[in-house]
Design a protein around this ligand. Structure first.
Ligand code: PLP
Ligand code: SF4
Length: 352
């Protein structure tokens, strides 16, 4: 719908041609700027030309992820901007230590697109509450905390840094003796696949074991460009996972999720999690009944490759952490046996 010329030029150039101001967004997308001006004043927008070119019609699954919506300011359901109490689990600014052996290191508050449902809406794009990320303090904390086996670079999007900065950061983390694994959480292969250059791949590949977890939410995001970016990473020996967010009007149906999970597998990306959306203020219009999520999980299990079935996760309020939810398979349990149903709803007894 929105054709863009020259989108194969350098990723920085593509990014600088993003729609950011309410006026530009309104003009380009044919919506009233007065509708979205107060929205972007509170929650910044960035729709880069590549992602814009994937939108096919007003209100479609990609539009909903990218285009500011007055509903963000009318949320009367979710009251908290940080319901998971991330700020309360930060020993130093920009770093969250919730689980024993791994930390989440928010090294950037910028992204190639500002997803309207983002659980860190309070931070991304330099919104209210964004603290300056102090990389040095985070690194110090990791160095003096020997139980940290894994460092997860997140944000924002860590791949917003330039190659030299990223290489330096990865080298500094790799030098910490007790850090065994680095993980990068990024949406770049999906929202701006041209960021995955051969130079970047060389840098990431040099810091193995390094895992990249991407976020694809809809099969239409698995374009030739996105698949090529993922193939470059996979060819360099970088294991790829996907953390999808379950979102109303985007992917909250069995057909879309099945197409997405099988599409990911075909692109050498292992579905890792489907996240139930967090109750973050400004995102109530994306919320999905838990029942729907379980129904989707039920439809995936058995019907597609087990490699394509992720865990369905809720994140507990107040920093309780992530918990997987499963459809009910065990119908009855006694001392001697389980009564279990399979994916075709046939009932079996299983001796224990
Ligand atoms: C989700 C999350 C992690 C990573 O959890 P995994 O289950 O290992 O993927 C780590 N730290 C924080 C704060 C998180 O929210
Ligand atoms: S890329 Fe990730 S951190 Fe950035 S806005 Fe989207 S969901 Fe939020």
């Amino acid at each position: 719908m929105y054709e863009v010329s020259g989108r194969k030029s350098g990723w920085r150039r593509i990014l600088s041609a993003s729609l950011v101001s309410p006026q530009d967004i309104a003009d380009r997308l044919g919506i009233g700027s007065s509708m979205i001006e107060p929205v972007t004043a509170r929650y910044p927008a960035r729709i880069n030309p590549y992602y814009l070119s994937l939108i096919e019609s007003k209100g479609d699954s990609l539009w909903r992820q990218a285009v500011p919506d007055p509903a963000e300011l009318k949320d009367r359901v979710f009251k908290e901007s940080d319901p998971l109490s991330e700020a309360g689990q930060s020993p130093v600014a920009g770093l969250i230590h919730r689980y024993p052996d791994r930390v989440l290191f928010m090294v950037s508050d910028k992204c190639a697109m500002y997803c309207r449902y983002c659980m860190r809406k309070r931070i991304v794009g330099g919104g209210k509450g964004a603290g300056d990320v102090d990389i040095g303090k985070g690194l110090d904390y990791i160095s003096r905390t020997p139980r940290v086996r894994e460092v997860i670079l997140s944000g924002g999007d860590p791949l917003m840094a330039d190659d030299a900065g990223l290489d330096k950061l990865l080298s500094r983390i790799s030098r910490i003796e007790h850090v065994e694994v680095i993980r990068i959480h990024t949406r770049m292969p999906c929202t701006l696949p041209f960021r995955i250059t051969s130079d970047l791949v060389r840098i990431l590949g040099a810091h193995a074991p390094l895992y990249v977890n991407i976020q694809f939410n809809h099969p239409d995001e698995l374009t030739d460009e996105a698949k090529k970016a993922c193939a470059m990473l996979a060819d360099a020996g970088i294991p790829l996972g996907c953390q999808t967010v379950l979102l109303a009007g985007v992917n909250d149906d069995i057909k879309t999720m099945t197409a997405l999970m099988t599409g990911l597998l075909a692109a050498r990306i292992r579905p890792y999690y489907i996240h139930h959306p967090d109750p973050v203020q400004g995102t109530a219009h994306f919320t999905v009944p838990l029942k729907k999520g379980l129904e989707i999980m039920d439809a995936l299990r058995g019907n597609i490759s087990g490699m394509g079935v992720p865990n369905y996760m809720i994140d507990l309020p107040g920093g309780g952490g992530k918990v997987p939810l499963l459809p009910q398979y065990v119908l009855e349990r006694t001392e001697e046996k389980l009564v279990v149903r399979n994916f075709e709803n046939q009932i079996f007894e299983y001796q224990i």
